[in-house]
Design a protein around this ligand. Sequence first.
Ligand code: ZN
Ligand code: ZN
Length: 316
Amino acid sequence: MGPSQVTEVTLPAEADAVGEPLGRALDLLGDQWTLLILQSVFRRVRRYTELRTRLGVADAVLSARLRGLVDARVLDQAPYQDERRIRHEYRLTTRGLDLWRLLVGIWAWERRWIPGRADELPKLRHLSCGNAAVPNLGCGWCGELVTLSDTAVERAPDVPVVAAMPARRFRRQGWERASRDPLLFYPQTMEILGDRWATGILTAAFLGARRFANFQRELGIGPSILTERLRRLVDMEVLRTAPSVDRSGASEYRLTAKAKAFFPMFAVLVDWASRHVGGDTGLRVLHRGCGNTLAPVLCCDRCSQVMDQREVRFTL
Ligand SMILES: [Zn+2]
Ligand SMILES: [Zn+2]
């Protein structure tokens, strides 16, 4: 079934369990094809056939992902005339447009932290000041720049970190075709956002977990899976091991600078889920500086102004 057919859209039931909106947002967005489709639509590749050509993706996969994005009201369909047939193109809804901070954040993180990516990825031009720019996380209330250490993450009691996150579809193999276009490949981002245990471990670490036992309790995860994922995150230099501060002989897992630089994506996802998914995320990211719930904005590193989605362009 192609998207040119008009399909009845049934809206998903709104979540009511506390903590579920973030799980649902991650279930939707923690998928490489979904992120690549969104990135394409942001770059004005809107038609089914254009998306298929650009991504080199199978019809079944593309149709399923587009349907998921339409059902989640991130995309909607608008008719256009193609010779004698009416077809549909995909447009970002308000909810979809609001994801630009996530996509730009991923671009910036990969460019800064993954060796070789700075040369491959396009530059981001901030049209307001005319400079090639890098976005920094800022607080929409007070305008200050914000890092992980300027925040406090509060959560409602008994909110599980990943219980609401179903298993992901990400597989490490099979991306060779897409990798010809450097913008079409986010391997390390997907190692984190595309795997619920990795997302959960990082989220737990942002909430202060450091010990193996802390992660195990937070995630309800089997020790062998936890060991494997922690090792993988250490290999990626997202976590590092250090001797425990209480000298018990146990080691701790600490966030590296690379992991702390991933915090904007977490902040944007929590904000997006709380505003657009419906229901209580159970998580609140506070900006200590002004005391407000962080309203994540991206600030231009060159002119310091808050960036607007309409004022940024990727240029090769
Ligand atoms: Zn603030
Ligand atoms: Zn600027």
